[in-house]
Design a protein around this ligand. Structure first.
Ligand code: ZN
Length: 623
């Protein structure tokens, strides 16, 4: 093979491992090697691999036989590819949905199942180490494993549970979970491991549910781990889970900074541009932890997680809201940074991580954590004085709108709510990041306000990042529908607009080529952050906050639509085009392993951020 072909194959291998398959983890589209099929066949031969023809065929596209549909994951009867419905090209979407409904009636959770159609029999394959599970041990409410169906699209067919799907793998996982159980740090963790093992051995999703309840109850462990069939994105029917697992550690330094920020809330919240009337009597910080991932095995690595997905657990026991610090902050070596001026690159590179930490901390805790909804809580009972209503700082007149009994923020603001709230939280971050006491909490400076200090560098980087994010956001605006596809990016665009409209030349976009905008950069006047930028953000934030507090949908929606509207050829085409042209490729994450050394100590083993590192880190997991 030529050196180039070898590199192309290594690139493919790294992408394959990063997506856990040859269909993109986000987007479900098939990707192909950039080397030739003959190259891979030759490689197989050289490696002494027999019978790899089917695998090699599956990697490539055959001009004669491969259809357009086969390039996408989806329902097999529509010609798409799916691992959830093996060897069942005739299994229709209607049948799949009917099976889902039927199993729902039997209270069998479908996450760890697949379906195979064999004539008139629908085999529901259950992932478990055991291939024989007694009827008394199955999860179904009638304790049966087989049923004749006498109505609907499945009429005349048989549904049967077949245990032992992926049995070798499930046995391996169960066995290792049991070994981990010996090292549980508390009783809850020990029980959790027990339920995991039971679930993976017997295929019981009830046991899995128990494991998840225990996981949520295990509050603030140093090491967090979760494993199982969790997210259902890859199943076209959206109910069957993808196997995934992660291990992560609490970032103690950051956790301490978050705690200090929460402690400082009573002095910080009054600095926000609204009176006590629009604030809760007692600040209750939202549940939020920041973790560093050791290893995350999944087809796509999220920047944060909010699980379990099972609604009844979320409502009765709760969930964990976790941000993954080293995923959010991950950078490729020599990654280009478009739209930042050459004179700003150094400070941006040095300070963007600390700036991001400040931003995330304030956003999550003081952003989402603040604000009171003025409400008639039940008929005739108000959580404010209706005879002497609070004065709106926006209009300087008494407020006239509020939440009626049973109304919620989501029910009143509907589809506008989620992005609007993200924008409010981001604005709180931009307003309070200007407070040098807060910068000090995060280790920047000694609390003395000085925009030209190192703490000032962090603040400057935070503003630059926000402005840049507002530009990059256009990737997520769809010119056809003229709609935003990503709520956080929509929010950042609104803040960029606020910067641009702040006046006094605080912020502008610079370029010499007015048509292609190839050298587009963000200009932000550091010396005016405190005097021009901050007041502009505060004015916007005040409106967002008061309209939210007072259920003023009309004013709130008008404001937010206006701020996030992408108008004119400059934004719709020129800026968006250059953003798309300069888009940084999607990342593949190289993850560390742990090994036990000769002395019996656990060592962290990291790998270089490149193709070989990616492949090696997987090879050394020995799976
Ligand atoms: Zn948020």
């Amino acid at each position: 093979m030529s050196a180039e072909a070898v590199t192309r194959f290594r690139e493919y291998a790294a992408q394959f491992l990063g997506n856990l398959g040859n269909y993109k983890g986000f987007g479900d589209v098939k990707f192909l090697p950039r080397c030739k099929k003959e190259d891979v066949e030759q490689l197989c031969k050289a490696a002494g691999l027999q019978q790899c023809n089917a695998a090699v065929d599956g990697m490539f596209v055959d001009a004669q036989t491969t259809t357009q549909e086969a390039m996408l994951l989806g329902f097999p009867a529509k010609g798409h590819v799916s691992g959830y419905y093996p060897d069942s090209p005739d299994l229709t979407q209607g049948e799949i949905e009917a099976i889902g409904e039927f199993l729902g009636g039997k209270e069998l959770l479908p996450e760890n199942t697949r379906v195979k159609k064999k004539g008139g029999t629908y085999e529901v394959l259950v992932a478990s180490a055991a291939s024989k599970v007694e009827e008394v041990d199955v999860d179904t409410n009638d304790r049966k494993k087989e049923w004749k169906v006498d109505s609907g699209v499945l009429k005349g067919g048989t549904i049967t549970l077949v245990y032992g799907d992926s049995s070798n793998d499930m046995a391996n996982v169960a066995q290792n979970i049991k070994k981990a159980q010996e090292y549980a740090t508390n009783e809850t963790e020990g029980k959790m491991m027990g339920e995991y093992a039971k679930s993976f051995e017997t295929g019981s999703q009830k046991a899995f549910k128990e494991s998840q309840k225990l996981w949520v109850s295990n509050i603030g462990p140093d090491v967090e781990a979760n494993i199982g069939f969790v997210e259902t994105y890859r199943d076209p029917a959206g109910i069957r889970g993808e196997w995934e697992g992660f291990v992560a550690m609490v970032n103690k330094e950051r956790t301490l900074a978050f705690k200090k920020l929460v402690d400082a809330a009573p002095t910080m919240i009054p600095k926000l541009p609204w009176s006590r009337d629009f604030e809760k009597d007692k600040f209750t910080p939202p549940d939020f932890t920041s973790l560093e991932v050791l290893s995350f095995a999944s087809s796509g690595i999220p920047a944060g997680i909010n699980i379990p997905n099972l609604d009844d657990i979320r409502q009765t026991i709760g969930f964990k809201n976790v941000s993954l610090g080293n995923v959010l902050g991950a950078k490729s070596p020599n990654e280009p940074i478009p739209f930042i001026k050459a004179s700003d690159i150094q400070v941006y590179q040095d300070q963007r991580d600390p700036a991001f930490e400040v931003q995330v901390g304030i956003h999550e805790l003081l952003g989402h954590g603040t604000g009171k909804l003025l409400q008639e809580t039940s008929k005739g009972v108000f959580n404010f004085d209706p005879a002497d209503p609070p004065i709106s700082p926006v209009t300087n007149t008494p407020i006239s709108t509020y939440y009626k009994p049973n109304e919620t923020w989501g029910s009143v603001f509907g589809p506008t709510a989620s992005s609007y709230e993200e924008c409010r939280a981001e604005c709180v971050a931009m307003a309070l990041a200007c407070d040098f006491e807060i910068l000090k909490i995060f280790g920047a400076g000694d609390g003395t306000p000085d925009i030209n200090s190192e703490a000032g560098d962090v603040l400057y980087a935070a503003y630059l990042s926000m402005a840049r994010a507002g530009v990059v956001a256009l990737e997520f605006w769809d010119p056809k529908s003229e709609k935003w596809g990503q709520i956080h990016m929509q929010a950042r665009f609104a803040i960029l607009k606020t910067f641009l409209e702040a006046g006094e030349d605080f912020c502008r976009l610079d370029y010499t080529d007015a048509d292609r905008l190839d050298d587009l950069t963000v200009h932000l006047d550091r010396s005016k952050i405190l005097t021009v930028g901050k007041p502009a953000v505060e004015a916007f934030l005040q409106q967002l906050h008061v309209y939210k507090s007072t259920a003023d949908l009309e004013a709130g929606r008008t404001l937010y639509e206006e701020k996030t509207r992408v108008v004119g050829e400059f934004w719709q085409r020129k800026v968006r085009d250059v953003v798309i042209r300069k888009k940084v490729p999607r990342k593949v994450f190289v993850m560390a392993n742990t090994v036990v050394d000769e002395a019996g100590d656990v060592r962290l083993k990291e790998y270089e951020a490149g193709l070989d590192g990616m492949i090696q880190s997987w090879a050394e997991r020995d799976i």
